[in-house]
Design a binder for this molecule. Structure first.
Ligand code: COA
Length: 161
């Protein structure tokens, strides 16, 4: 792991998601938060940033006022010219290993079930009663137990911790 300029990460995210990425619902979930250092990684080849993964502390708040801590995974991004070369998988695998040891809540993310289910065990099975502070497709709200943290199936709203 190398020391990466924050600006280089921002540039890569612009390239992977487009500069309108800040309007995405995922950004509202982590407003004011800092990425979790133990679960956020950069992939560097020949001194160049080729991929990045960041995780964020969020919580599911239920009607009774309880807050269930969760870890939001994403963005996961690989530089467009080197996509589909296994870098995304390497980043996710590395993060999941760290999460099995360190995560303080189950994992959630907004992503394609075709990718995150097939390779990494994320499903929408537990998230049917979860809500987000912005538009989202229910089939893309995914979650996965980790490090002994089961998935809360209660109805509630996800937001920053
Ligand atoms: C999604 C992303 C992180 C995957 O990383 P990658 O290095 O390109 O992908 P990998 O090489 O690790 O995995 C490739 C495999 O995943 C599949 N795959 C990649 N993106 C997929 C998607 N959105 N849906 C379904 N399958 C997908 C590929 O078909 C390939 O499968 P194969 O090996 O059977 O051909 C990367 O393409 C990316 O940055 N995309 C733009 C940003 C984005 O959408 N991020 C995810 C949302 S947080």
């Amino acid at each position: 792991m190398a020391n990466i300029e924050p600006q280089a990460v921002e540039h890569l995210l612009d390239a992977a998601f487009g500069p309108d990425r800040f309007g995405r619902t995922a950004y509202r979930l982590r407003e004011g938060a800092a990425a979790i250092p133990a679960l956020s990684f950069a992939l560097v080849e020949d001194g160049m940033l080729v991929g990045t993964i960041q995780c964020w502390p969020v919580a599911l708040r239920t009607a009774d006022g309880a807050a269930h801590p969760l870890v939001m995974v994403g963005p996961v991004a690989v530089r467009p010219d080197v996509q589909r070369g296994g870098h995304g998988r390497a980043l996710m695998t590395h993060m999941l290993e760290a999460a099995e040891a360190n995560a303080d809540g189950a994992l959630m993310m907004i992503g394609d079930p075709e990718y995150y289910g097939r390779f990494f065990g994320f499903t929408a099975d537990a998230t049917g009663a979860w809500d987000l502070p912005g538009p989202f497709e229910k089939r893309r709200l995914l979650a996965r137990a980790v490090n002994g943290h089961a998935l809360p199936v209660n109805a509630g709203m996800i937001g920053p911790r």
